[in-house]
Each structure stands twice: as C-alpha cells, then as structure tokens.
Write a protein that binds this ligand. Sequence first.
Ligand SMILES: O=P(O)(O)OC[C@H]1O[C@H](O[C@H]2O[C@H](CO)[C@@H](O)[C@H](O)[C@H]2O)[C@H](O)[C@@H](O)[C@@H]1O
Length: 289
Amino acid sequence: MTVPADDGRAPQRGAPVTTTADRLPHALDAAEVSERLAGRRPAVFLDYDGVLTPIVPRPEDAIMTDAMRDVLHALAGRCPVCIVSGRDRAVVAELSGVDDLVIAGSHGFDIHDPQRGVIEHEASRGWEDLVAEVTERVRTAAAEIEGTQVEPKHASVAVHDRHVADADRPRVQELVDAVLAEHPGQLRVTPGKFVHEIQPKIDWNKGKAVEHLIGVLDLDHPDVVPIYLGDDITDEDAFRALARRGDHREPGLGILVIDPADAPSRETAATAVLATVDEVARFLDGLAR
Ligand SMILES: O=P(O)(O)OC[C@H]1O[C@H](O[C@H]2O[C@H](CO)[C@@H](O)[C@H](O)[C@H]2O)[C@H](O)[C@@H](O)[C@@H]1O
C-alpha cells in the first residue's frame, strides 16, 4: 500500500511513502539523512547515468571522471559500495574505469562481485534465447529508422531515439509495439530517457537486485543503513525496496538525483534529493569522511 506523504495521516510503518521531487529535503543538509545515519554504517548503492555521470547526448560518451572515481574508492575504503545500472555490466566497468566494486548491470539482472564472482539470483537465467532473438530483430528493424541507436545488453536490448527526427519517433514506438506483440506476455518495456528498453517480462528489477545484494553481502544488520542514489523511473524500484524494509527493520534511504526545478511533480519514494552529479560527489565525499 502506498500512503501519500501529505494526506494528513501518519504513514504506516513499512509502507513506501511517496511525495514529489519539489517537496524532498536536500540530502546535503537534511535532518532525515543525518539522523538516520547517526551511529550507523552506510552501504551505498549507486545508479550510473545521471548519478555518477551527467546525461550526455551519446551513451558511449558518459565517461566517469577521475575525481568521481577517487570519491568512490575513498568511500569504498569506509563502507560497501555497489553500482546498480541499466547498462550492460561490462560497459559500466569500462566507462567508469572501476573493476574492484560490485556492479549490477542490465537493471540488476547481471551482478558481479570482484571477490565472489558472478552472483546468481532467481532471475539469472532462462531468457537468453529470447533476448538474443529480440536483439537481432530490433537491430534489423531499427536500421531502417535514421538516428536510432541500438544498445545490446546482457538481459535486454535498448533502442535509443534521442537523435531520431520527431516525425520518425512514432516509427520507433511502432517497432517496439510490434516486437512485444510478437512475444505475447514474454516481454516488457522499461522506461528511460529517450530510450525504449525491451526486457524479459520477469519480476526482477533494481530494487530486487539491491535486496539480494543486501543479503549476499551480509548487510542486513540494524546498524547498517542502505542508501540508494538514482535519477530514473527504474530507480524508484530501489527506493521503494529500501523504504519497505521498515516492515521489520530500519528503512534505508533513497536519494533522488534530479533538479527539482526541472521535474517538480515527479512522484518518488525517495527520502531526499540531490540536484546534480557534482552534488552527488559532495554527498559521497561527506560519507567517506
Ligand atoms: O540505470 P542507469 O545507469 O542510469 O542507466 C540508464 C540508461 O542509461 C544510458 O542511457 C541514458 O544515458 C545516456 C548517456 O547519458 C543518454 O545518452 C541516453 O539518452 C539515456 O537514455 C544507457 O545507454 C542505457 O542503456 C541505460 O539503461
């Protein structure tokens, strides 16, 4: 059950509280954040695009800065740090230049820990042939639409339309609809920024991946506060998962990375907001001290 934050009732413990981005406190000076962290250890889960790197016109140009990498490594010296991205895991590793942290790629389907190797979970397999077939189908059809960019991934295929002429955008939607219709009940489209991401229709997402990691990494302790930073709609699964933990233990913290002036009415289950990637770096730097 979702209880709106501002309906006059006290939220039920464990129910994800939703609000809008313009009502969130700023994470750099929010009492909610400092009070929750007081005397506890953070465990930090980070989205990649829009959080560790700014959104840029071409996916391959989202290269993490040396400064952000230094912040991550300093933080990783103090507490667990995991990257949880919609991107292919290998691409995250390449663009971030990070090979010593846990990375959950492909919206959490593909998780790897440098210490433990690949981390299996309930949605680890069974969809490979479907994804391969759909990737080929999308690649062929998208080649007919100028400006599309197809991004194959471990457990999905993304077709970007940021550089498609407005008049041609409906063709991309038609392509996506056609592919879904060819595989009734087997696929879903994950929302993103100028991207249609076609995934197996399996009950797995970034929130489930974070919950799984909390268990595998032995972080399920009263003195550990899981914190998730994300900017996209898919990150709301992780915000909700951390908020729900309050059913039987202290909830985690969700931090939405968005300029509230750009999206004041964005519904979110996050606890606080950061407006820019620079503010993310300052926040993480503060946690590392
Ligand atoms: O979960 P994330 O790590 O945030 O990844 C979400 C998607 O990010 C990438 O696409 C988005 O960022 C690109 C670079 O800034 C931008 O050019 C594109 O328009 C955005 O949609 C990535 O390419 C996708 O695979 C991820 O799912």
